[in-house]
Design a protein around this ligand. Structure first.
Ligand SMILES: Cc1cc2nc3c(=O)[nH]c(=O)nc-3n(C[C@H](O)[C@H](O)[C@H](O)COP(=O)(O)OP(=O)(O)OC[C@H]3O[C@@H](n4cnc5c(N)ncnc54)[C@H](O)[C@@H]3O)c2cc1C
Length: 379
């Protein structure tokens, strides 16, 4: 009987594994994939997460691998509407770290292996779950072998299509926004350096973020979801809207995506808890989903420690944790919606109003507040 089984070794499950490794509880992290996913997703790591990595003793590895984005600039045509400095976001980490999710998962998995060897079990898929009054029974598939595991608590960190969530009967209401995007990574031929740049254009936003390895990620709002897009399509959109030319032949990643939002109304059911995308999916425009999951894991740890010792007291601690984390997810979701709406196609007249509003938001007195919202200070 283990104290805790974590289902899912994505960024959130791996981070929770690292926290569990320091807690003295017995645990394992079960991950069905053999290695981190190659599909490109998150790049932004915010100061509260970096603080957490520092406490774990792995911040140095992240800082060595990533790019520190210390400011963002909002442009309209050739004009700069304003700047957002992250200097006030955190004393220790006054920046957002840019690192592709695949590398983030690799670094977390390496750290977990260092501090708790063998606790991450890859190629291991959870296929069944039964809640009992004293524990949870899990059915696990590893290649041709099927076996069972028992744990006092199970944490579902198994992403937005969570099996743990469906087996515990928790609903996941939400929907899909009308917004669609095309993103791609190219060698950075811009003069933007380590700055993130948002081009507000009335035909749809163009965002550009520096990546490690001399690359830059471009994300553009599109009229439709173009799943058969080629690099040339993205290059043309960027050129039409900003006048900037990208080297189409050197595109190293291209992905068209639509944007979903979902959230459970309860994260806990009996001896099962959901965290990360299994509990809430927020729009990636704003770049907070993965970080939100890490903050769930931080908040869950003390409640889990109590619950393993004393389930009755633990239920109260879990309830408080759940209320706090679902509130954070709602705030992050609203913020992401505001970000999306600022980048939607619009008429020239409405664009003028939008620019005026943004100039106000990026003005000196308001800027630190905006920087703190963007870097998840109160989530
Ligand atoms: C285009 C895009 C850009 C984004 N940018 C950002 C960003 O900049 N910053 C940010 O914070 N967030 C961003 N996000 C969101 C971020 O990618 C997700 O929030 C994050 O991946 C959630 O992590 P997770 O560990 O909860 O779930 P996942 O990453 O989905 O991981 C779940 C893991 O569980 C495993 N699993 C599933 N079922 C089982 C099972 N039955 N048994 C065993 N294992 C199982 C899966 O294989 C997977 O490894 C972005 C998302 C997208 C799509």
């Amino acid at each position: 009987m283990l104290d805790v089984v974590v289902v899912g070794g994505g960024p959130v499950g791996l981070y929770l594994g690292c926290l569990l490794a320091r807690s003295g509880l017995s645990f394992t992290v079960l991950e069905r994939r053999q290695r981190p996913g190659t599909h490109s997703r998150a790049i932004g790591i915010h100061p509260p997460a970096l603080q957490g990595f520092q406490e774990l003793g792995c911040a140095e590895a992240f800082l060595a691998a990533g790019i520190q984005i210390r400011r963002g600039v909002v442009r309209s045509g050739t004009e700069v509407l304003g700047e957002l400095s992250f200097a006030s976001a955190s004393r220790a980490f006054p920046f957002v770290l840019s690192l592709p999710q695949q590398q983030t998962e690799t670094l977390l998995a390496e750290h977990l292996e260092r501090i708790a060897p063998g606790t991450l079990q890859r190629c291991t898929e959870v296929t069944g779950l039964q809640q009992r009054s004293t524990h949870v029974d899990l059915t696990v598939q590893n290649g041709d072998r099927s076996c069972s595991l028992q744990a006092k608590f199970v944490v579902g960190a198994d992403g937005c299509r969570s099996l743990v969530r469906s087996l515990t009967g928790l609903e996941y209401p939400g929907g899909t926004y009308a917004d669609t995007y095309l993103m791609g990574d190219f060698p950075d031929t811009s003069a933007y350096g380590q700055t993130a740049v948002v081009h507000l254009v009335n035909s749809g936003v163009v965002e550009a973020f520096p990546l490690p390895g001399g690359l830059r990620r471009w994300v553009v709002h599109t009229d439709v979801l173009n799943l058969s897009a080629r690099p040339r399509d993205l290059v043309d959109l960027v050129e039409d809207r900003t006048g900037l030319h990208l080297p189409a032949g050197d595109c190293s990643m291209l992905s068209a995506f639509e944007v979903h939002h979902h959230a459970v109304s309860r994260m806990c059911a009996g001896r099962t808890v959901l965290i990360g995308d299994a509990a809430h999916e927020v729009s990636p425009i704003g770049g907070q989903g993965m970080n939100l999951g890490w903050l769930d894991a931080q908040a869950l740890m003390p409640a889990l420690m109590v619950a393993v010792r004393d389930p009755d007291q633990g239920a109260l601690a879990m309830m408080k944790m759940e209320r706090r984390r679902l509130r954070s997810a709602r705030i992050a979701s609203r913020q992401a919606e505001l970000n999306m709406s600022a980048g939607r196609p619009t008429s020239p007249a409405a664009q003028f109003g939008r620019e005026l509003l943004l100039r106000g938001l990026l003005s000196r007195p308001v800027q630190p507040l905006l920087a703190q919202a963007f870097t998840m200070r109160w989530l």
